[in-house]
Design a protein around this ligand. Structure first.
Ligand SMILES: [Zn+2]
Length: 339
């Protein structure tokens, strides 16, 4: 999971100042170690610049304030689980450090499923929900890896997506802060790989259960993924039962409201007296279709709406209708007179 916040360094400076003022308090670490013992896991504080065995992961010593926040966060997030669930995940150790990098790129969390290690970054915790999701995301990778012989392979999951969708690291990485246009996904990072899709959905279900369920009311693909996720987990441990999800609902944290709408569009071209003309209509809106003089103009608009990744766009021909359903920023709908 990659860090998403550009303000990180500013907050780091603020926290560092706190650190120098308040000094170190090991109460939270002691409490975390005690809960970790019950789960049979070890907590390791990174004290010097450290590189994982494989060399892929590096991290450094963490500041006192950040370390304390991270310990408190982990205490409450681990408490969500029963010991049997943590056993199932084969998690053995959580390493707490700052400046976490995976293959050189900044990250909020990382894991090594073979050794059962989660590397947890203490840095981006000024957004606690982000830190919480990062932990559950990595924990899910551990669960996902050990759940069967096929490890991350899950062709059934792939089939839950729209037929024209394919996962792509190059297209969807580092777009965490932009609108998630595709239905079936909570984040753009989910679109990079099946295993990231599952880990992101899991993390959102753990932290923002009610928001995910509400989103699935208008998003059939997401609804199917939630059902599949619950099945996978129930198969793994009887503790992922209805009561577990009821608890998640009761503790659900709201997501910030985004100014976006799921919109269905009809796109078509016509040969009229003035020449080839292209139209785009927002279905369910009283606004008339918008006309374009060339396919290029139309594509530019479609690109801004966020639908450029859709396979159907290659099939634009005069006389044929295309339908797409995407999540769009309301400001863009207004800009094109589609709202
Ligand atoms: Zn991941």
């Amino acid at each position: 999971m990659l860090a998403e916040d550009a303000d990180l360094h500013f907050w780091d400076r603020v926290r560092n100042l706190f650190d120098s003022l308040i000094g170190r308090n090991d109460e939270a670490l002691t409490a975390l170690q005690s809960i970790a013992r019950e789960f049979g896991i070890e907590i390791l504080e990174i004290l010097t610049d450290t590189q994982s065995k494989s060399g892929n992961v590096t991290h450094s010593n963490t500041k006192a304030f950040q370390f304390q926040t991270a310990c408190e966060l982990l205490i409450s997030e681990l408490s969500i689980y029963s010991t049997s669930v943590i056993k199932v995940s084969k998690l053995k150790r959580i390493e707490l450090g700052s400046n976490l990098r995976v293959h050189g790129s900044e990250a909020a969390g990382a894991f090594n499923a073979i050794d059962g290690v989660i590397y947890f970054s203490t840095q981006p915790l000024h957004d606690l929900n982000y830190g919480r999701r990062a932990f559950h995301h990595e924990l899910f990778h551990c669960i996902d890896y050990i759940d069967d012989f096929w490890k991350y392979l899950d062709p059934d999951w792939h089939r839950l997506n729209a037929s024209d969708f394919s996962y792509s690291s190059t297209k969807y990485k580092n777009k965490q802060l932009t609108v998630v246009h595709r239905l079936g996904f909570m984040t753009n990072y989910s679109m990079t790989e099946v295993r990231e899709d599952k880990a992101e959905l899991y993390a959102y279900m753990i932290v923002h259960y009610d928001a995910v369920m509400a989103a699935s009311e208008q998003d059939v693909i997401l609804g199917k993924k939630i059902v599949r996720m619950k099945e996978l987990l129930a198969h793994l441990s009887k503790d992922y039962d209805d009561n577990f999800w009821l608890q998640r609902s009761r503790s659900s944290t709201p997501l910030p409201q985004r100014d976006e709408t799921i919109t269905s569009f009809k796109i078509w071209g016509e040969q009229i007296s003035s020449g080839e003309t292209w139209f785009l209509a927002s279905l369910g809106s009283s606004k008339p279709p918008v006309a374009f003089r060339s396919p290029d103009q139309l594509l530019k608009c479609i690109e801004e709406l966020g639908a450029i990744d859709f396979g159907e766009m290659n099939k634009l021909v005069v006389g044929k209708n295309l339908h797409i359903k995407i999540r769009v920023a309301n400001s863009v709908l207004t800009k094109f007179g589609l709202r």
